[in-house]
Write a protein that binds this ligand. Structure first.
Ligand code: AMP
Ligand code: ZN
Length: 462
C-alpha cells in the first residue's frame, strides 16, 4: 500500500519512494544534552518512532542515525548567546573543560535514553556524539574553504550564504524570511551567514583557523552523511528548525558535496505547547517524563496522548488531556488482557480492519484515525475475539503501546490490590456490576489495571 508524507522541501504530499528499494536512511536531530529532556522534546522522538515503525510496516529496513549534541549549540539557534553546554556546566558547578562537558553529556544522555526506553521508542541504529566528530568537521570546513564558501571574522569561520543560489529553499515563505532577517549581522557579510567554527581559547579543539568548537548546524551535516551517505532519504526535526538549522544544513552539505538534493524528504513536527506557548528547556513551563511519573502517570499514557494528535498539529498539553489518555490506555490494556486469555489456537483472521489501519498510518501518519479504527474494531460485535486479539497485536507493532510485552506482574502486586481483585471477582460472580465497577476504580487508584479473563482476572501495573 502507498505510503505518503508531507515533504517540507517540496511543500506537498508525496508518495514515499526511498533511494534504495529495501532500505530507508533516516536522520533525526537528537537532544542537546545540557539538561533533562522535556515532554515537548519527547513528542519529537515519539513522532520519529512512529515514522520508523510505519517504514518497518511497509517492509523497509531502517538505518536511523540520531546525533547527540554535546558541543556547539548556542542558546539561540542562530549562533548567538552562550554555548548551551557551557551554561549546563555552570549550573552544575562542573569544570569548564572538555572533561567536564563529557561528564555533563553522559549524565543527560543516559537520562534521555532511559526516557526513550520508558516510551517504548526503538533505539536508533547509532547515536553519534558531536564531540567525537571534530576531525570530520575540520575536514568539512577545509573543503568548503577550498571551494570558496567561507570567510573569517574575529569570532569564527562563517559560511557565505550569498554563494548559494537556492539558499532558503526549505523555507521560502515571507514570514520565515522575515524572521531570519532579524538575526544580528555583527561582522557577518549577511545576517543569514552562519558559523562553521567558533573561536574559543578556553574550551575547544585546535584548528587551522584558531582554537574553538564547531558550529551547531555542521555536526548534523557531517554525522548524517558520514553514516548515511552524501545523499539520503529522510531528515526530521521540529518546525523551528526549518528556517535556520535545516536550511543551513542543506546549504553547506550541497555546497560541500555538490549533489542535490542532499535529503529527499524533510518531515517536521509541530510543537507540544503549554498555555499557548512552546515548551522550552530555557522556559519556566518545563515538564519532564519524571514529573508525569511522580504525579502517578505511566510514561505510555504520554505516548497515547501523542498518538491522539497528528504530528503536524500542535499538541496542547494539559493534565486533563493526559488523564483522558490514561483512561483510554487503561481500557485498552484491560481489553487486551481479556482477549489474550480468551483466545487459543491459530485461526484465520479477516483483514478489513488491518487494511483500514494501514491506510490510516500510511496517510502521512494519521495516528488519530488509526486509534479510531482500533476502537471501532474492538467495539465491532461481528469481529471474533481471537481476531480482535490478533489485530490488536498487529496494530500495536505500529502504535508501540507495549501490549504484547506487558507481563502481568502477579508476584509483585500488593496484598491490598490482590484483596480488592478477589472481592471484585466475587461481585462479578454475584452479577453485582455496580460493586465490580467500584472495586475496579479502587484498584485503579492504587495504580493497577484489572482485566477480566475466563478463569478470573489478571492484574498489571498501569
Ligand atoms: P533540543 O534538545 O532542544 O536540541 O531539541 C531536540 C528536539 O526536540 C528537536 O527536534 C526539537 O525540534 C524538539 N522540540 C523542542 N521543543 C519542542 C516542543 N515544545 N514541542 C515539540 N518538539 C520540541
Ligand atoms: Zn540537527
Amino acid at each position: 500500500m502507498a505510503f505518503t508524507v508531507y515533504n517540507t522541501l517540496t511543500k506537498k504530499r508525496e508518495l514515499f519512494i526511498p533511494r534504495q528499494p529495501d532500505e530507508v536512511t533516516l536522520y533525526t536531530c537528537g537532544p542537546t544534552v545540557y539538561n533533562y529532556a522535556h515532554i515537548g522534546n519527547l513528542r519529537a522522538y515519539v513522532f520519529e518512532d512512529l515514522l520508523k515503525r510505519v517504514l518497518l510496516l511497509n517492509g523497509y529496513a531502517v538505518k536511523h542515525i540520531m546525533n547527540i549534541t554535546d558541543v556547539g549549540h548556542l542558546t539561540s539557534d542562530a549562533d548567538e548567546g552562550e554555548d548551551k553546554m557551557t551554561k549546563g556546566l555552570r549550573r552544575e558547578k562542573l569544570p569548564l573543560t572538555l572533561e567536564g562537558m563529557k561528564i555533563l553529556a553522559e549524565k543527560y544522555t543516559n537520562a534521555f535514553n532511559a526516557d526513550l526506553k520508558k516510551l517504548n521508542i526503538i533505539p536508533p541504529t547509532l547515536q553519534p556524539k558531536a564531540s567525537e566528530h571534530v576531525a570530520e568537521n575540520l575536514k568539512f570546513i577545509s573543503d568548503l574553504e577550498k571551494k570558496g564558501f567561507t570567510y573569517r571574522t574575529s569570532d569564527g569561520v562563517y559560511f557565505d550564504t550569498s554563494k548559494v543560489k537556492d539558499y532558503g529553499k526549505l523555507a521560502p515563505t515571507y514570514q520565515e524570511a522575515e524572521e531570519h532577517a532579524r538575526i544580528k549581522k555583527g561582522e557577518k557579510k549577511h545576517p543569514r551567514d552562519f558559523a562553521l567554527w567558533k573561536f574559543n581559547k578556553d574550551l575547544g579543539w585546535d584548528a587551522p583557523w584558531g582554537r574553538g568548537f564547531p558550529g551547531w548546524h555542521i555536526e548534523c551535516s557531517v554525522m548524517a552523511s558520514k553514516y548515511l551517505g552524501k545523499q539520503f532519504d529522510i531528515h526530521c526535526g521540529g518546525k523551528e528548525h526549518i528556517p535556520v538549522h535545516h536550511t543551513n544544513e542543506i546549504a553547506q552539505s550541497e555546497a560541500a558535496w555538490g549533489k542535490k538534493p542532499w535529503v529527499k524528504y524533510w518531515l517536521h513536527h509541530e510543537w507540544l505547547e503549554l498555555g499557548g506557548e512552546k515548551m522550552a528547556k530555557s522556559g519556566e513551563n518545563f515538564i519532564t517524563l519524571s514529573t508525569l511519573e511522580e504525579k502517578g502517570f505511566h510514561p505510555l499514557d504520554f505516548r497515547y496522548l501523542c498518538l491522539g494528535t497528528h504530528y503536524r498539529k500542535p499538541l496542547m498539553f494539559s493534565y486533563e488531556a493526559l488523564e483522558g489518555a490514561r483512561q483510554a490506555r487503561r481500557r485498552l490494556v484491560e481489553r487486551y488482557l481479556q482477549l489474550k486469555k480468551s483466545t487459543k489456537g491459530h485461526k484465520k483472521v479477516r483483514l478489513e480492519y488491518w487494511e483500514r489501519f494501514i491506510a490510516d498510518v500510511n496517510d502521512d501518519l494519521n495516528t488519530p484515525k488509526a486509534l479510531a479504527t482500533m476502537w471501532d474494531m474492538l467495539h465491532d460485535d461481528d469481529v471474533k475475539e481471537y481476531e480482535k486479539y490478533s489485530l490488536l497485536l498487529r496494530f500495536d507493532a505500529v502504535l508501540g503501546l507495549h501490549l504484547k510485552e506487558e507481563k502481568p506482574q502477579v508476584e509483585k502486586i500488593p496484598a491490598a490490590v490482590m484483596q480488592l481483585a478477589k472481592e471484585r471477582l466475587e461481585a462479578r460472580k454475584r452479577q453485582d456490576w455496580k460493586k465490580a465497577d467500584q472495586l475496579r476504580e479502587e484498584i485503579r487508584k492504587l495504580g493497577y489495571i484489572v482485566g477480566d479473563t475466563k478463569e478470573g482476572y489478571e492484574l498489571m501495573k498501569g
